[in-house]
Design a binder for this molecule. Structure first.
Ligand SMILES: [Zn+2]
Length: 269
């Protein structure tokens, strides 16, 4: 046994044995993600972009709405590198027309626009903070639960018109439920933002590590504050219809770095 371990040790040191990433969970499509474990001292790249490796070798990457269908992950230990090709399945997007939202949220006046700009700065700062501390949380490795159990009223990636005017595509998944329905954290995280915003209404952002963040918009009530640590299942707020919203629902968004990804793909069917 001892001899075998020594042989193994030599092989590891010379790099003759170099394991492929072990998948923890994945959903390979535009808007999807890939979570795996590699040797903790590896360096990892997706295409040319460096990927943060967690203390236990956890890695996560997200794919944007229009991601190329062939993605190459390169894992290196010392001088030895291994490429893993991730083939994404193609995806199409629908158009959704949303009516009866407050007209000011479609064509904001200069004062409202200033507020939107301030909200965007605060949101980006919160997301940057999550990215800076990407190594220190591993909520992204967990099995995710739904924040509320409710019918879908809007899907990720759809082109959107509001009161007949085309606006940016939908960066999230909408679940329609009564005002006051408790919203649960779908995975462990820390609160990076809890802010009354013009477009998203009462908005909470959770940081799950690996530069993965999730947002909960249009809440009637926020039950957490910046810096709070939450566990999966903890109530973070209540469903509402604040901001650019036509009725009570939860807008659930997710980001990897600053790339919007599709939250519903994280929930195991
Ligand atoms: Zn939405």
């Amino acid at each position: 046994m001892k001899q075998m371990m020594m042989v193994m040790g030599c092989m590891m040191a010379s790099g003759a044995v170099f394991a492929a990433p072990q998948v923890i969970h994945q959903n390979l499509q535009p808007g999807g993600f890939y979570v795996a474990r590699v040797a903790p001292d590896s360096t990892v790249k997706l295409g040319k972009d460096s990927i943060v490796v967690g203390p236990k070798g956890e890695i996560v990457v997200g794919f944007d709405r229009n991601a190329a269908l062939k993605q190459v992950l390169t894992v290196c230990g010392g001088q030895n590198c291994k490429e893993t090709v991730l083939n994404l399945k193609p995806r199409t997007y629908v158009t959704q027309n949303v009516t009866k939202v407050p007209q000011g949220t479609v064509t904001p006046d200069p004062v409202q626009e200033k507020r939107v700009a301030e909200d965007n700065v605060a949101t980006k700062a919160a997301r940057d903070k999550a990215e800076a501390g990407a190594r220190w949380r591993d909520g992204f490795t967990q099995d995710w639960i739904l924040p509320i159990t409710a019918p879908t009223s809007g899907v990720f990636g759809s082109r959107r018109t509001y009161n007949g005017t085309e606006r940016s595509w939908h960066r999230g998944h909408d679940l329609a439920a009564k005002t006051g329905t408790p919203i649960k954290a779908p995975a462990d995280g820390i609160v990076r933002l809890a802010r009354d915003t013009f477009m998203s209404g009462n908005l909470v952002m959770l940081d799950h590590g690996g530069a993965v963040t999730s947002v909960y918009a249009h809440m009637s009530e926020m039950d957490v504050k910046v810096g709070d640590e939450v566990k999966a299942g903890d109530v973070i707020g209540k469903v509402g219809t604040t901001g650019r919203s036509s009725g009570p629902h939860l807008h659930w968004g997710m980001y990897w770095k600053n790339i919007p990804i599709d939250p519903i793909l994280w929930v195991r069917k």
